[in-house]
Design a protein around this ligand. Sequence first.
Ligand SMILES: NC(=O)c1ccc[n+]([C@@H]2O[C@H](COP(=O)([O-])OP(=O)(O)OC[C@H]3O[C@@H](n4cnc5c(N)ncnc54)[C@H](O)[C@@H]3O)[C@@H](O)[C@H]2O)c1
Length: 307
Amino acid sequence: MIKNILICGAGMMGKNIAFVFAGNPDYSVVLYDLYETDVPGGIRSNTKQLVEKEVMTEADVEERLGRISFTTDLDSDGIRNADFVIEAVFEDMKIKQETFAKLEERCRPDTIFCTNSSVMSPSEISAKLRHRERFVGTHFWNPAHLIPLVEVIKSDASSDETAQTVMDVLAGVGKKPVLCKKDVPGFIANRMQHALWREAIYIVEQGIADAKTVDDAVKYSFGLRLPQLAPLENSDMVGTQLTVNIHDYILKDLCDSHEASPLLREMLADGKLGFKSGEGFMKWTEEETKQSAADLNEYLIRMLYNK
Ligand SMILES: NC(=O)c1ccc[n+]([C@@H]2O[C@H](COP(=O)([O-])OP(=O)(O)OC[C@H]3O[C@@H](n4cnc5c(N)ncnc54)[C@H](O)[C@@H]3O)[C@@H](O)[C@H]2O)c1
């Protein structure tokens, strides 16, 4: 039975993932990191808007915090007794492989191992492990305490049983797990997201519209209906014949580049780094960059909790 949850890496994702698991009173959650970090302070700050919008009370947050402990000691009981591990350390193949090698030395052979890598292959991360069947990718989206989706990615060696258990555990803490049956770059959702970004950037590059117009065209049209009507249901709604006709006409004109766009590279060379430098596709004041994350959380809370 799964009871002891271990999250490796207490950064932005790790803290929020720990908060999600602590929502189940049957779980005890251990966060492990190489360095000391203020876990309660970080979680209180990340969940501030949930309290302000009355999705939960301060007491609810504190109750969850009571189920989370923190350690920098890899030889502590919290590591050895783990039933279910999610790794959220730096996005570095060597660090991830080394982390799992150390965990495998300490955890039971049937402890479930998951990696939260957003792009790296679970097959490669688990390549050197002895018990590869108990390993899958679990790609949480940022902010992990709000976005419901978690992609569960099967490696070339994950067992069906492991994938199913992970799906069940994630559903049990209120997430929307989806199964990615093949270990492919971008898994499911990022493949679609970046197909859209590629075309958006191409439209600007080709002088068809400016950046703000491109974003507005998304926000005020299909972006608005996407949470209700996603691409494949939409295709069925308009009919297969129309989709075929549209694709035969339009696809040859869409961007099909296999590299990052020249416009992006030019921006990079010009120091247009986005929020970080105050200019990317658009100009940003410091105030606007701060407001952006808060606005996103507020929007998600409204959409998810009607608050
Ligand atoms: N940031 C995102 O939007 C996002 C979204 C989905 C997935 N991810 C993935 O989640 C993982 C973590 O991302 P993050 O944004 O939380 O990063 P982060 O830099 O905020 O946190 C990483 C944490 O890992 C710790 N760490 C590094 N090496 C370690 C080790 N060997 N053992 C234990 N702890 C170690 C660091 O001290 C740090 O606290 C990455 O794999 C990233 O790709 C990130």
